[in-house]
Design a protein around this ligand. Structure first.
Ligand code: SAM
Length: 244
């Protein structure tokens, strides 16, 4: 059996998706509140930057993978307009349901598809833009997921990966202190679940850093890849262009 990591734990590959599902089943109803509390609202700025860089235009086709509660899908839908198509997807039904309710409250109805990023149920060469925000870190086979993202993009189409990354050296001590002491306590207080937020902190450390993710994207279907750090590297936005 092949082993992988779930945070700092080594687990059977077949078990990782189940453990990740457990995390998001547990936090779905409080996910948005926790994002605001944990990041002091900064996640909104990180996402706004991604939306700005995405520069979605009227009529474009956009796929949001691991879309969760729908922040990016909603922003893209407003840009793509009635002639465009934005598809909101996630592997987790509880997250998708919470997202769909939020989109409905905002007066937006989007196609919502429950699917695994590693096996996307979409035709090849279809989308102008694919996004995955804070989702790639949780995937068991990141290479397979990236290849799928490349497959469904039109040649020359762009992938945006917004993800936690490696913070700059001077911030590391403080960031570790916050991640391993404050986050799990906040998680317990708000959601009754400290373990999911311990997993968050650990999974960030196990995720490829800026350069490693860039190399992984280049090896899996993307010709040109750039990244932009935010908040001292707490997050990085990678932009990959599918090879023509
Ligand atoms: N994109 C949203 C955001 O930025 O707020 C949600 C991010 S949330 C931290 C991570 C999401 O990744 C969860 O909703 C989870 O269900 C989803 N996810 C994890 N593994 C996945 C997979 N293999 N395929 C699709 N989605 C996955």
């Amino acid at each position: 059996m092949t082993q992988t990591h779930f945070g700092y734990e080594t687990v059977d590959e077949n078990d990782k998706a189940r453990r990740v599902r457990g995390v998001f089943d547990s936090v779905a109803s409080k996910y948005d509140l926790m994002n605001d509390l944990m990041s002091g609202g900064l996640h909104r700025a990180w996402k706004a930057y991604a939306v700005m860089l995405a520069n979605v235009r009227q009529g474009q086709r956009v796929l949001d993978i691991a879309g969760g509660t729908g922040d990016l899908a909603l922003a893209f839908a407003r840009k793509a307009g009635g002639s465009g198509q934005v598809v909101h997807t996630d592997i987790n039904e509880a997250m998708l349901r919470t997202g769909r309710d939020r989109l409905l409250d905002a007066g937006v109805i989007l196609p919502t598809v429950a699917c695994d990023a590693e096996k996307l149920p979409f035709e090849s060469n279809h989308f102008d833009l694919v996004s995955v925000s804070f989702g790639l870190r949780n995937m068991t086979h990141k290479d397979a997921a990236l290849r799928e993202m490349a497959r469904v993009l039109k040649p020359g189409g762009r992938l945006l990966v917004l993800e936690f990354s490696q913070v700059a050296q001077p911030l590391r001590k403080l960031y570790d202190l916050y991640s391993f002491n404050v986050l799990p306590r906040l998680g317990r207080l708000v959601t009754g679940d400290a373990d999911s937020y311990r997993y968050l902190a650990e999974s960030i450390r196990m995720h490829p850093n800026q350069q490693a993710l860039k190399a992984l994207m280049k090896d899996n279907g993307f010709g040109h890849v750039d990244f932009h750090n935010s908040t001292g590297g707490v997050v990085a936005l990678h932009v990959g262009i599918k090879c023509e």
